[in-house]
Ligand binder design. Structure first.
Ligand code: XMP
Length: 512
């Protein structure tokens, strides 16, 4: 079989490293992010069609500045250096990098010299995001200038003979109009890629590999109802059919009707071996009187594993355990930096006591949007594939304070009304995440002639592309009014509804 085309992305700690990988994949070429100090041997083994250096916060003159092996420039593989990557290329190849007095930041007008393959079919004037202090003052020998801004004369450079390219701006961010076109030109004009990365080829190849690897042996998968584990399960089912068993631990903290919907899809559409364990009571008992959000997360995570283990033991020895790990998890855990704001782990970490020989992570190389496309490719329903993110600990972290069955029911009803009205208003595709929160606050209200003293529901809706930052959604007042009026009328023990108008940062998306 023909070897899959690969672009290696050397990570110099740029904040946009994942975005670069995604853009490359959007151009139908497979990409992998690797540490900047990857060995030359490893690169040769991987045999990439091209290499991209990411940006990064360092200056090439800093002590301990991240440096790759200089030999990389002699491999004959095309290289595109972005920002710090361009400066590093310059530094290694004999040019000069200089510190500027001022940082150049923001969307910047870039003048392009159209004769470069990198800017094939570009107009002369373009807008790209610039974010740098150092700049290339003198090009290395053999390079020519191919773009400039008013502050940065060497905004892009090329050595056409050696297929080496540098750009000071960031083509990977959405703000850079036509940024993806620069990447596409690099891939197709310079690296001579043909674009063999599609989700149908991924499914075909994965099914073949999984069949080969698992053969007649048995695999076990923990289903959470979320997109990743669902797609992993369906993919495995396609490869090994009834040799896969899925355990769906219903902790009772999913949204209204959600557990039944998940079960129905798997039973009716895929004929998957499915064990549903209804364990709401067990979880509620464990969570009794617990208010601390991190404690809730921990209890739910641990209990989930315990239930899963008990069920798995009934099945006996299995050979493989399936996990729904996806590529951002792999990249992020590889870098392992930054403060823990919330212990964002999905329910269903790795069980210790399940008797299995090997872990299988069929989605390990995919970004979230690719996981969704894979789901569609496998014929999964859109409402499951495009489900908005839902935290592993579920509604437990949307009830502030301690959790009771009554509170859960109040929240499920209010949340369901909110979702229903958003769908009716056709806003569900516009908002990236929206839900109700049961605040622990009671306040005075009036219902008919009666004084009430009941709960406050908060509505939360955000727009975001990466969930790291988010802005609150500007839902029209008439829709909020309708939701509010329906909630106070239809949900007992709620007499007040508020809308959360904070962005992230400083708030987070979830309230706990
Ligand atoms: P925050 O609240 O940190 O959330 O702004 C960002 C995204 O992560 C989700 N989230 C979680 N997901 N387990 C998860 O699987 C968790 O404990 C958890 N906490 C937050 C949140 O829904 C949002 O999409």
């Amino acid at each position: 079989m023909k070897e899959k085309e690969l672009i290696l992305i050397l990570d110099f700690y740029g904040q946009y490293n994942q975005l670069i990988a995604r853009r490359v994949r959007e151009c139908n070429v497979y990409s992998e992010v690797v540490p900047y100090d990857i060995s030359i041997e490893k690169i040769k083994q991987k045999n990439p069609k091209g290499i991209i250096f990411t940006g990064g916060p360092a200056s090439v003159y800093e002590e301990n500045a991240p440096m790759c092996d200089k030999e990389i420039f002699n491999l004959g593989i095309p290289i595109l250096g972005i920002c710090y990557g361009m400066q590093l290329m310059t530094h290694f190849l004999g040019g000069k990098v200089q510190k500027a007095d001022k940082r150049e930041y923001g969307i910047t007008h870039v003048n392009i010299n159209n004769s470069s393959l990198l800017f094939d079919s570009f107009d002369k004037n373009n807008d790209f995001l610039m974010s740098h202090t150092d700049f290339v003052e003198k090009l290395p020998e053999g390079f020519v200038n191919i773009a400039a801004t008013s502050h940065c004369p060497n905004a892009a450079m090329e050595n056409k003979q050696k297929n080496l390219y540098g750009i000071q701006f960031h083509p990977e961010v959405n703000l850079s109009i036509n940024g993806t076109k620069v990447i596409r030109n690099f891939l197709y004009n310079i690296c001579k890629c043909t674009g063999d990365w599609t989700m149908s080829s991924f499914v075909e190849e994965s099914v073949k590999n999984l069949k080969e690897k698992i053969g007649d042996k048995k695999a076990l998968c923990a289903l959470s109802g979320g997109v990743d584990s669902s797609v992993a399960a369906v993919l495995l089912n396609k490869a090994i059919g009834k040799n896969l068993t899925c355990i769906f631990v219903d902790h009772g903290l999913l949204r209204k009707n959600e557990a039944d919907e998940v079960e129905n899809v798997f039973r009716s559409q895929y004929d998957i071996n499915l064990i549903r364990v209804n364990s709401q009571e067990r979880f509620l008992n464990k969570l009794k009187n617990v208010s601390d959000p991190e404690k809730k997360r921990k209890i739910i995570g641990e209990e989930f594993i315990r239930v899963f283990e008990e069920e798995a033991k009934k099945i006996g020895t299995v050979d493989f355990l399936v996990q729904g790990t996806i590529y951002p998890d792999v990249i992020e855990s590889g870098l392992g930096k930054g403060a823990v704001i919330k212990s964002h782990h999905n329910v269903g970490g790795l069980p210790d006591y399940v008797d299995f020989k090997e872990i299988i992570e069929p989605l390990r190389s995919l970004f979230k949007d690719e996981v969704r496309k894979t789901g569609l490719e496998l014929g999964m329903p859109e409402n499951l594939v495009y489900r908005q993110p839902f935290p592993g600990p579920g509604l437990a972290i949307r009830i502030i304070g301690d959790i009771t069955e009554d509170k859960l029911n109040i929240l499920k009803e209010a949340d369901s009304i909110f979702r229903e009205e958003i769908a009716k208003a056709n806003l569900h595709k516009e908002l990236n995440q929206y839900f109700a929160v049961l605040t622990n606050l009671k306040s005075v209200g009036v219902m008919g002639d009666e004084r009430t003293y009941d709960y406050t529901i908060a509505l939360r809706a955000v727009n975001t592309s990466d969930f790291m930052t988010a802005t609150f959604s500007k839902i029209p007042y008439d829709i909020l009014e309708k939701v509010s009026s329906r909630i106070v009328n239809e949900v007992k023990h709620v007499n007040r509804v508020v809308y959360d108008i904070t962005s992230k940062p400083p708030a987070t998306i979830e309230w706990e």
